[in-house]
Design a protein around this ligand. Sequence first.
Ligand SMILES: Nc1nc2c(ncn2[C@@H]2O[C@H](COP(=O)(O)OP(=O)(O)OP(=O)(O)O)[C@@H](O)[C@H]2O)c(=O)[nH]1
Ligand SMILES: [Mg+2]
Length: 455
Amino acid sequence: MVKTDDLYKEGESENWRDTIFALSSGSGKAGVSIFRVSGPKTQQIVKAVAGLNQAKPRYMHLKTFRNENGNPIDKGLVVLFQGPKSFTGEDFAEFHSHGSQAVIEAMSRAFADAGARQAEPGEFTRRAFDNGKMDLTEAEGLADLIDAETEGQREQAYRQMDGGLRQIYEGWRTGLIDALAAIEGDIDFPDEQDVPDDLSHAAHAPITKVLMDMKRLLDDSGRARSVRRGIHIAIIGPPNAGKSTLLNRLAGRDAAIVSNVAGTTRDVIDVQMSVAGLPVTFSDTAGLRETDNEIEAEGVRRAMLSSQQADMRIGVISKHEGDMDEIAPVLQKDDIIVLNKADIGLNNMNTGDFKIIPVSALSGFGFETFYDLLSERIKLRFGARENAGLTRARHRDCIEKAVEALNMARVSLKSAPELAGDDVRSALHAIKELAGEADIEAVLGAIFSRFCIGK
Ligand SMILES: Nc1nc2c(ncn2[C@@H]2O[C@H](COP(=O)(O)OP(=O)(O)OP(=O)(O)O)[C@@H](O)[C@H]2O)c(=O)[nH]1
Ligand SMILES: [Mg+2]
């Protein structure tokens, strides 16, 4: 773990010893509000505000909370956690008061008067991280859990917060340290009899295993990131095929303008919803066609861009000959095609390898079948996996660095094992960065400042 001395430069160290407080439950009127206090003055504050001289740690005490003058503010619960057995690793307390604006203000004043200062966003978690209560991936998982809006996001975030990724990289670290030991044995004692000649080979197996593991996780990283950020699905097709009508049916409201004028939709219209417990943004786009109209042409350009950037596409065609030709170039494997306007009769369409679903976006015919297939595809491609994944670009960057280093290590092993040692050390450093153990103050600042206050 990182030592706090390394992280807090001269002048900032005083900051570290501050006692901080914050309203940790959401702001606004509520039945109950929860304040957190952390730092060396915590017990003193529990005494000053709750009148508890000897709080029994980890026990809820029902107390009257008082201001500096001894006047009662409210009655509520207080619990003390003595460091290091607390969330932050410091002395830490929670006060549960009633949730009115006036109580919140009076409580905040009481904490400030008793010697605490208002916490910065993410400062509690930052202290937990600095005190070795969690690594950086776990802190990120916690941030994601707080932000989770769908079941799939919650599951993924929980797994990461619970040390899923940490477990994986600790395994890698063990493997690579074994490999390093094998390599260095070769270098440092080349003439000693009890060191076998093929030590470099002993390093080969653990390096390869870690490498394969890392590659597998990298392959899956697109999925993990999509779940965290939201899955993007573009609705594309020729003008008038019924894309906007389909979007409206998915959204259950009139999100996009529908008309029988070809070229109605120009801007990309996004609708967010949860499908199969996963966060999905559907983008309705302009109908794809050659056009002289400048504005429509810009719409088509945006449609193409949205389609390329999307994780998946829904191609909407109606019965026109040539519809398929318009969308075929932009479709990718596992995309879905709907043959719309089934209410006015169906033609047979040659859609190549793509499964086609007849629907009527207008009447709702076939919509359920389409929606079930869509959910199934989304679940299959983006649904939860057993193991934790690489949910952020930061994770992927670290692992890519490690993979590059280990690839070089494998090459070096045969010819120049001393170089392989350096490569393995680089890979170990990349793992340190992933864990938040390397000196990456800027990264830490960026991550923790995104937390809400009180976390
Ligand atoms: N009969 C029938 N008409 C439909 C169906 N879906 C859409 N329409 C009609 O087809 C016309 C075009 O529908 P839109 O949803 O605006 O089509 P679009 O693909 O968004 O068109 P652009 O935005 O111009 O690219 C409208 O008059 C809709 O009412 C359907 O399933 N059956
Ligand atoms: Mg439209």
